[in-house]
Design a binder for this molecule. Structure first.
Ligand SMILES: [Zn+2]
Length: 303
């Protein structure tokens, strides 16, 4: 186990080093105006549940969005790049955010978090670090996939399961059904500001391996520096394995753990695997976990 811990600390130190080097900004490709992007970023990170409840009768009238059920304080992220506006005075919406997408489509994020603890204490205000992402300022321009807030139960969702009420307004006009957008949306493994350092630890099972690539079924992950922890994931990931990656076979013998150098060629399909990714600067491809976008630094295989 010692080796594992040493590696964790090494990853953090590397991240700090990268952080100092990552001061440069990053450019974004602009989508043409007045056109909803064919694919948005799914607005919540981690496991969610939602259905097509657009237009359902509700006490205030027809339901103008889809309710995305998620754990309290799950990260709400920008569906596309755009400018944010905080809205804090609606009793029904609670802590709310407008995202004016660069495409011309406006997205509404409603019932953001207003709790300070792990339960429904209603002690938080509609401010950055509680409802909105830490350090986020009203009027800021955010990148697609950047965290904008935390899922909660503010407003008239108080005491109901935390969820994001999500609306899509093409051209800033009337709401349309978000469901087709959500069904096609690209889910993020984690959220980070593009160009800032990150590392992940990924747990799952081996699907296939070559010396240069590892395909795994992902079941849980942890991300740095956000400290995001996600479980109950079901996603297949293909990782790049550079020649510098360390591959170990890890065995538990009588309460102790031993690690020995191994080869991915001997990786058994279905074997438990833990991968530490190479510390890198966040890109949207890495956040989505696109094929080959994440590089392994350490791979630990169970025999
Ligand atoms: Zn709703």
């Amino acid at each position: 186990m010692r080796r594992h811990r040493t590696t964790a600390r090494g990853v953090l130190l590397l991240l700090l080093g990268l952080g100092l080097a990552a001061a440069g900004g990053s450019a974004t490709a602009q989508t043409p105006p007045n056109k909803t992007p064919p694919k948005i970023i799914f607005p919540v990170v981690g496991p969610t549940m939602y259905s097509d409840d657009f237009g359902d009768p509700r006490p205030q009238g027809r339901h103008e969005g889809n309710d995305i059920m998620a754990p309290r304080k799950a990260a709400a992220v920008a569906a596309e790049s755009g400018k944010v506006k905080f809205w804090t005075t609606s009793a029904a919406a609670g802590c709310m955010l407008y995202l004016y997408g660069d495409s011309g489509t406006t997205y509404l994020y409603i019932h953001l978090n207003n709790d300070l603890g792990s339960g429904n204490d209603n002690k938080g205000k509609c401010v950055a670090g509680v409802a909105y992402a830490r350090g986020l300022k009203a009027g800021a321009h955010v990148q697609a996939g950047q965290q904008v807030g935390y899922v909660g139960d503010s407003g008239d969702a108080n005491g109901i399961h935390p969820h994001l009420h999500f609306e899509v307004h093409p051209n800033g006009k009337g709401a349309v059904d978000p469901y087709p957008y959500l069904q096609k949306a690209q889910h993020l493994l984690f959220s980070a500001v593009p160009g800032t350092p990150f590392a992940l630890s990924l747990t799952g099972t081996v699907v296939a391996a070559t010396p240069a690539k590892l395909q795994m079924n992902l079941t849980s992950l942890q991300a740095w520096p956000s400290n995001l922890k996600l479980t109950n994931l079901r996603q297949t990931l293909t990782l790049t394995v550079p020649p510098t990656a360390l591959v170990q076979s890890v065995a538990r013998i009588g309460g102790g753990v031993t690690a020995s150098v191994a080869s991915l060629l001997n990786a058994r399909k279905g074997a438990q695997v833990v991968v530490w990714t190479q510390p890198a600067l966040a890109t949207l491809k890495a956040q989505r976990g696109d094929d080959g976008a994440l590089s392994a630094a350490l791979i630990q295989l169970a025999p």
